[in-house]
Structures are given as C-alpha cells and as structure tokens.
Design a protein around this ligand. Structure first.
Ligand SMILES: Cc1ncc(COP(=O)(O)O)c(C=O)c1O
Length: 467
C-alpha cells in the first residue's frame, strides 16, 4: 500500500501513517484479513524510524483496526472491518431519515425531442453578454463589498431595485425594509414557514398545486390540508378552521394556469383578516401576461399586513441564478433575515449586485419585454392548436399568463404521457400535481423550453398518441 506522508499538514508522521491506514480500512481499500507491510519495510520505504511505524500500528491495534499474529505479521482485523466496510456500500446501517423525504419527487431529468415540460424558461435567450460584463465588473471593482459576508436580508441595492421593479410591474408597494432577497421563491416559502409555523400547525395548499411547497410545509412539521380549486381559484369556503397559513398562486394557478378571480381574492383576504392566518402569495411567473389587465395582487388588496408576497427571477431571467424575494411587513422581515442567517447566511454577493445593476440599467425591463413577445407567440400557438386539433380530446383551461397552459382530458393521462414520451413528446399530467385522488385528469403544456418552430410538430405527435 502506498502511504503519502504530508508533513506540511502539521500532523506528525506517526499521526499521518495512522490516519492513512485507518482511512484505507474504513473505505475498503484495505480489506479484512489483509496483511500490512512489516514495520521495518514500511519504515524504510517512508524514510521514517521503525518506532514511528510501530507506534502507528499499535494505536490502530488498540482501536481494534489491526491485529498482530505471532510469527505471521500484522493484519486488518476481520470482525472489525465487517462493520466499517459498510461505509463502502452504505446499506448495512442506513441512517434513519424523516418519512416526508421518502415522498418527495425530484425532477426526473428526462428530456425529449419535443419538450413541453412545465416551469422551464428559455435560458438560451438569457442576456449572456450583458451578464458577463456585469458580473465581471462586480468581481473586479467591488470585491471587498460584495465578496465579504453580506446582509442576510440581501444586498441593499438589490432590495431597493426590487422595490422599484415590483411597484411598476405589479403595483406592490414596499420599502427596502420590507424586502428580503432569497434563493428563489422556494427559499422565500421556506423562510416564512420557518418563522411562522410551529409543529402541527395547519397549512392549506391548492389541490392540484405546486408539490415542492407542499412537501416543504410537511417537512417543517405542519399538517398540510389540500383544498380544491375551481374556475375562480382556491375554494375559500373549504379552507378548514384553525388554518394558520395558506399558500396560493393567484396570478397563474399552478398547474391549472387560471387566474384567481377578483371576488375570490377579496374573499381570501377577508377570510385571513378574520382568522389571523398568513397568506403566502407566490407570484412566480406573473411578468408574462399576454391578454387582459393584471389582477390586483393579494398583497395590494390586504390592509392588515397578513400577506407575504413572493417573487422569483427564475422564470423571468434564469432559475440557475437562484434569486427570488419576499415582501412582508418590516417586523416579519427582521425575523426572516435571522432565519436566513442561520440557514445559509445570504445569496451570492456579486450575483445580487449584478442583478441590482441589471434592474437599475433597465436591462430587466427590456429582457421581459423581449421574452414576453416570444412567449406570447408560443402561448397563442399552443392555445390555438389545442382548440383546433384536439377538439374532442382536450378541453383547454383559460389562461392569459405564464409559461404553461393546461387542458382537461376525458381519459386517464398517465398512460398517455408515457406513450407520448416514447414518441418523443414530454408533457406533464395534472395528476403529478394532485394531492387527493379523483381530481380531473389533464395535461400541462409548458412552452418556455420548446422553440416556437417545434410546437406544431410536437403537438401533432401528441395528437397521434391521443387518438
Ligand atoms: C408555483 C411555482 N413557484 C415557484 C417556482 C420557482 O421557484 P424558484 O424561484 O425557487 O426557482 C416555480 C417553478 O417552477 C413554480 O412553479
């Protein structure tokens, strides 16, 4: 066995020999029953004294890793290694984990020739050159400012830029103290959950709805109650009493795609005002609205400070940047910042600073306008083809925003999606997002990740599968 001795590491040679052999036994490179080189031989090879090697062997023997056999030499102990070799295949003593994690489904990573996966923006159109310049500038110019530990609530310039951006784009009014930068919408939801929920608290989620949010609340120890969604949005009358937090997607219900009606928004806000529940409004892809006037966010309809508004740069720019934010009363933001501090401190400094500049320079507004034009073409094409070519097969659900449209289907969709995938078409099913069985089956057509030119051919293939 080759032992590398790194005296620079500050450990003595004896310690290094001991550590290397121990590691080799634990990770299975040295097997049970295997002979170690005689102390004299190893000492010569390593140019150390024989005493040094003997002391390391003695320590390993004392800890039960090695055994000396008179007249035969030193060997890796057979009984000891059975347990420690478990590190190699990690099956013998699995560490017990909390049950909710067993249920979490990760993105499949599957792609297809015609990819209608939901929730994927067109990252090929990311403004690469501008960002190369912005990020380069941040790393060069302000390394001291943006490379040290930063404010857990987020880069001040970015919080100011976000406050201005949402005032214009969503009519959400917030001061800088009411904005916390997060690692995507997902972390915003996590932080709110952490600071307002106690184990066993009741949380209502839309059904069908966004699974990562539901699993997150379960992981935080909440009792998660699925509440049905009709043509106007979540059925407020069905939210059970005692509910502490409601998570909703009012602009573009995920996954059905419909907006929550104004009446339903008002009902929900009034209900929260009466019960004292917290409303988490996930406005994840609201920048892309193609027809009609945007409806008032819950945040603007509420006068009691019970709505936490959550936004994301994942759809509008790129999910890989991992940037989002929440807007809440300053008193809640202060606590959220503490939760951020103890979980992962803050988002990457230079990336936050670059985004602040991108917003301030008008780059974001230009990018949104460009992408909105492109997504609108795709949205309109998908909707018109669903209406023209899938008449008796699918019933599109009206949607005027976002990166996907959904359609109800008269027959079970899981086998359809499976056959479609074999034919090179990837579509999600509403079943993937349903909590309770018996919800209406349907298909979800994401158009963020598929070029305009491939949409018609992809839908033609799907129609052949459905017929
Ligand atoms: C309902 C909903 N919320 C939020 C997000 C985005 O999350 P994040 O900002 O963490 O990337 C998605 C992405 O698919 C989503 O569908």
């Amino acid at each position: 066995m080759e032992i590398h001795i790194d005296t620079e590491a500050g450990r003595g040679r004896r310690e290094e020999i001991y550590r290397q052999i121990r590691e080799a036994i634990l990770d299975g490179r040295l097997r049970a029953g295997e002979a170690l080189p005689p102390t004299r031989e190893l000492a010569e090879r390593l140019a150390v004294s024989r005493n040094t090697v003997s002391a390391a062997y003695d320590r390993l023997a004392g800890e039960g890793f090695l055994e000396g056999r008179v007249g035969a030499g030193t060997f890796v102990r057979t009984d000891r290694v059975r347990g420690s070799a478990a590190r190699g295949d990690a099956t013998e003593f699995p560490i017990e984990t909390v049950a909710v994690w067993e249920r979490v489904r990760m993105p499949s990573g599957v792609h297809a020739e015609y990819d209608f996966q939901a929730g994927i923006p067109d990252v090929a159109r990311f403004p690469f050159d501008t960002w190369r310049r912005l990020l380069g500038g941040e790393v060069r110019a302000s390394s001291a400012a943006s490379l040290g530990y930063g404010d857990p609530a987020g880069h001040t310039g970015l919080r100011e830029a976000i406050a201005r951006h949402i005032a214009v784009s969503r009519d959400v009014r917030a001061s800088v103290d009411e904005v916390v930068v997060t690692s995507g919408a997902q972390q915003a939801i996590d932080l709110v959950g952490r600071v307002v929920l106690r184990p066993g608290d009741r949380v209502a989620v839309e059904d069908p709805g966004y699974p990562p949010a539901r699993f997150l609340f379960e992981a935080l120890g909440a009792e998660v109650v699925p509440v049905g969604v009709d043509a106007e949005g979540i059925r407020v009358a069905d939210i059970p009493s005692g509910t502490k937090l409601v998570y909703v997607t009012p602009s573009h219900q995920f996954p059905l795609g419909l907006p929550m009606s104004l009446d339903r928004r008002l009902d929900l806000v009034a209900w929260a005002g009466k019960t004292g529940a917290v409303l988490v409004e996930d406005d994840y892809d609201t920048e892309f609205r193609y027809h009609g006037r945007p409806l008032e966010p819950l945040h603007s309809l509420d006068s009691t400070g019970r709505v936490v508004y959550v936004g994301s740069f994942s759809k509008v720019l790129s999910p890989g940047l991992r940037l989002g934010f929440l807007v809440a009363p300053a008193s809640l933001c202060r606590v959220v910042a503490k939760a951020r501090f103890v979980t992962d401190w803050h988002s990457t400094g230079p990336v936050q600073a670059a985004l602040a500049r991108f917003i301030d320079d008008g780059g974001l507004a230009t990018h949104v306008r460009r992408m909105r034009r492109e997504y609108r073409r795709r949205h309109d094409l998908v909707v018109s083809l669903l209406e023209r070519d899938f008449r008796r097969l699918l019933t599109p659900i009206p949607a005027a925003a976002g990166l996907h449209v959904s359609a109800y289907c008269a027959r079970p969709t899981t086998p359809v999606a499976r056959r479609a995938l074999r034919a090179g078409v990837l579509v999600n099913t509403l079943d993937e997002y349903a909590v309770l069985p018996g919800r209406r089956p349907g298909l979800v057509f994401g158009y963020g990740g598929i070029p305009f030119g491939k949409i018609e051919a992809g839908l033609n293939r799907l129609r052949d599968v459905l017929r």
